[in-house]
Design a protein around this ligand. Structure first.
Ligand SMILES: [Mg+2]
Length: 416
């Protein structure tokens, strides 16, 4: 166990205590998501409720990403020709069986969930201590994810908080080699890898960074929020990916999500994200890929042929370009995620990023119930989205009066 972390017994919230998989209506929302079960709230605590506008976008982003991931998972290693031969000219239009079930998520969503957990634990740490290395705490969360993959690193994570007790996360869903190797070599959380990878493993997991920054800096300018999202998204990608493109493509996703979360139209968000990217060294490949995606989307109707011109999505800038193209060309959630998964390449990752963008842009109500029904871990995703939409209101920190609710949040998101 590393010395920077407070040693404490693993304070475990049992999943069946209810809070580990808080249903969407636990905070009083009368309209639970289709396909989820209504359960009694575990306590009488008066937890803050997300504002409706935040709730729809925050849930849309995380659940949208998971839907795109689950749609793409069964065809990740299939060519478009194979997909069409099997499913007809329209390709994937609903869940197919993967990993023994329908609606199975993959490592993309698993890691985005641990990104969210890490960000919220960074918040509680900062509230208690006054300063925080956000990336190191997110890295600690990734070491808990590594534990769910039944693997380990020289440094052992503390297995507390609620997320690591979600039993459905203990499933191997073809995790990326770069991410696994980088984490398996960690001597301490926050250590940077010795690789030059620009795989899409950073970009696929950082959408929550955009939501976090949008919430943290609510009163600030768009530019300030997007700049922080870009920097933090790139830094969090740098925990596993050494190439600037692997990092900046992730930063671009986080910046776009932050701006869309604040209600900016997609074209405006792209303009600002590109302007911020341009100021960062090593931006050429990422910026060029996004510009190309915009040009192709403006040139004609949405098509899989145009996606092929952007690459296959195994590398970061291609994955982001395909997601941006899909979001722009389709203009709505259903058609956009289907566009993003029906191609030759890394369908679950391009689907996940497109789903993040389209979900935050159009809100949870834009996601068809045939996708939310049966989506793996949907209750946990809703809980994470709602926590990420309320966190600055938690009574945690030296200037806040301590209460039962403080304990609740610190048990849920321990400050390390
Ligand atoms: Mg995957």
């Amino acid at each position: 166990m590393f010395s920077v972390f407070r040693r404490k017994p693993a304070a475990v919230v049992a999943p069946d205590a209810g809070d580990g998989a808080r249903p969407p209506d636990a905070a009083g929302d009368p309209t639970p998501l289709p396909g989820t079960t209504r359960r009694a709230p575990p306590t009488r605590l008066h937890r803050p409720k997300p504002l409706p506008e935040l709730k729809r976008r925050w849930r849309g982003c995380l659940i949208g990403g998971a839907v795109g991931d689950a749609l793409g998972a069964p065809v990740e290693f299939k060519s478009l020709e194979e997909i069409r031969a099997e499913l007809g000219p329209g390709g994937v239009h609903g869940y197919l069986e993967a990993f023994g079930r329908f609606g199975a998520i993959t490592d993309d969503t698993q890691m985005a969930m641990f990104t969210t957990e890490g960000l919220l634990r960074a918040y509680t740490h900062g509230a208690l201590q006054g300063s925080v290395d956000v990336a190191a705490i997110v890295d600690h969360a990734y070491l808990r994810w590594l534990h769910t993959q039944r693997s380990s690193a020289p440094v052992q994570p503390v297995l507390d908080g609620w997320l690591v007790n979600e039993t459905a996360l203990y499933a191997s869903r073809v995790p990326g080699a770069t991410v696994m190797q980088s984490l398996q070599r960690k001597q301490f959380p926050g250590e940077r890898p010795r690789n030059h990878s620009k795989g899409a493993g950073g970009a696929m997991r950082v959408a929550p960074v955009g939501l976090y920054c949008a919430r943290l800096h609510e009163g600030m300018s768009d530019e300030r929020v997007a700049r922080h999202a870009l920097e933090l998204g790139a830094e969090i990608a740098s925990l596993t990916h050494g190439h600037p493109t692997g990092q900046l493509a992730a930063g671009a996703v986080a910046a776009l999500v932050a701006l869309l979360a604040r209600g900016r139209p997609l074209a405006e968000a792209l303009d600002l994200a590109c302007a911020l990217l341009e100021r960062r060294p090593g931006h050429d490949e990422t910026l060029a890929a996004i510009v190309r995606a915009r040009e192709l989307a403006a040139a004609g109707p949405a098509s899989a042929d145009q996606i092929a011109r952007l690459g296959e999505g195994w590398i970061a800038e291609e994955a982001v370009a395909i997601a941006v193209y899909s979001a722009l060309a389709a203009g709505e959630f259903d058609a956009g995620v289907r566009l993003a998964v029906n191609h030759d390449g890394d369908s679950d990752t391009t689907g996940a990023i497109a789903g993040n963008l389209l979900g935050v842009l159009h809100g949870i109500e834009s996601i068809p119930t045939r996708f939310t029904n049966g989506l793996e871990l949907v209750d946990a995703l809703v809980a994470l989205a709602d926590d990420l939409a309320t966190f600055p209101l938690w009574p945690v920190g030296e200037f806040q009066p301590a209460s039962d609710l403080s304990e609740h949040w610190l048990e849920r998101y321990p400050a390390h």
